[in-house]
Design a protein around this ligand. Structure first.
Ligand SMILES: [Zn+2]
Length: 284
């Protein structure tokens, strides 16, 4: 029954977002009624984003530059004096690309930056493939399967355009279109920046990214449920890190990740803990 309702909503939403001639014939109240229910309807993840893929690259560049221009909040670990750790992470992203499941491998920039803050156990992605990882997370993680699981999760958010979809849902398409055309006013930019700071993914997006973090590694020697191992160690945190704090509960996410691994028959078991620890010892 739920999937029938979801298909019904998707049909009308799809018509609204992609229809050109009939675009205005749909009642706006009905449109927002559909959007109100969107978070309970994971199949809506398949609805096309009504902005070209280049929009993600432009938005990502804008966000990345804002971060680079704010070294007080985001003190980046210098690449030239920490090439070893950056190369290691780059090799792991290449492993994920080899899955063949990253849709925008050649369209996005896919750059990793490390933020030097041991107190933050976190990571985040922007549209267009920019990934930011805090040293606090790198030092908390114990093995390579955990780390590549988190890396895959963040790459999925970017590749599947989750951030762009959330921004469209919260702010509407017009303000994003203005940024992409280079016509945004300072107040438009401030509004987007404020939204990004408090942006949270719905449980559907988190579940989809968790799911892909397993898929990317399923045919490798890794334990493909590495992200679940990390989440398990975080269950007792009094205040869970940002990227763990969304619904469903962490215990449900752990169960779902392990279920996907089992259903896909992913046979890898390696954690590569020793190799990970040796690389992380390079961090200042
Ligand atoms: Zn996430």
């Amino acid at each position: 029954m739920k999937s029938i309702l979801c298909n019904f909503r998707n049909f009308f939403l799809n018509q609204y977002l992609t229809g050109e001639k009939n675009h205005h014939s749909y009642d706006k109240i009905f449109f927002f009624f559909i959007l109100f229910f969107i978070s309970g309807c994971c199949t809506t993840l398949r609805i096309p984003v009504p902005l070209p893929i280049q929009a993600d690259v432009i938005l990502g560049d804008y966000i990345k530059n804002s971060i680079l221009n704010d070294p007080m909040t985001y003190p980046l670990l210098d690449r030239s004096t920490n090439q070893g750790i950056y190369d290691y992470i780059s090799d792991l992203t290449d492993t994920i690309f080899k899955s063949g499941l990253i849709n925008n491998k050649d369209k996005f920039n896919w750059e990793v930056r490390i933020i030097k803050k041991d107190s933050q156990i976190n990571a985040f992605a922007t549209p267009g493939g920019y990934l930011f990882i805090y040293t606090g997370l790198l030092k908390f993680i114990k093995s390579e399967d955990e780390f590549i699981g988190v890396l895959g999760h963040e790459m999925a958010h970017s590749d599947l355009r989750h951030i762009t979809k959330r921004l469209i849902k919260i702010l509407g398409i017009e303000i994003l279109s203005k940024i992409i055309r280079g016509e945004a006013s300072p107040s438009d930019i401030e509004q987007v920046a404020k939204t990004l700071i408090v942006l949270k993914f719905s449980r559907c997006y988190e579940k989809e990214s968790d799911n892909y973090s397993v898929r990317y590694l399923c045919n490798r020697s890794y334990n493909a449920a590495g992200a679940a191992s990390l989440f398990e160690r975080m269950l007792d945190f009094p205040a869970p890190p940002e990227f763990l704090s969304s619904h469903p509960s962490n215990s449900n996410r752990i169960r779902d990740i392990n279920r996907v691994k089992s259903e896909l028959g992913c046979a890898g078991v390696e954690t590569y803990a020793t190799r990970y620890q040796a690389k992380i010892a390079l961090l200042p």
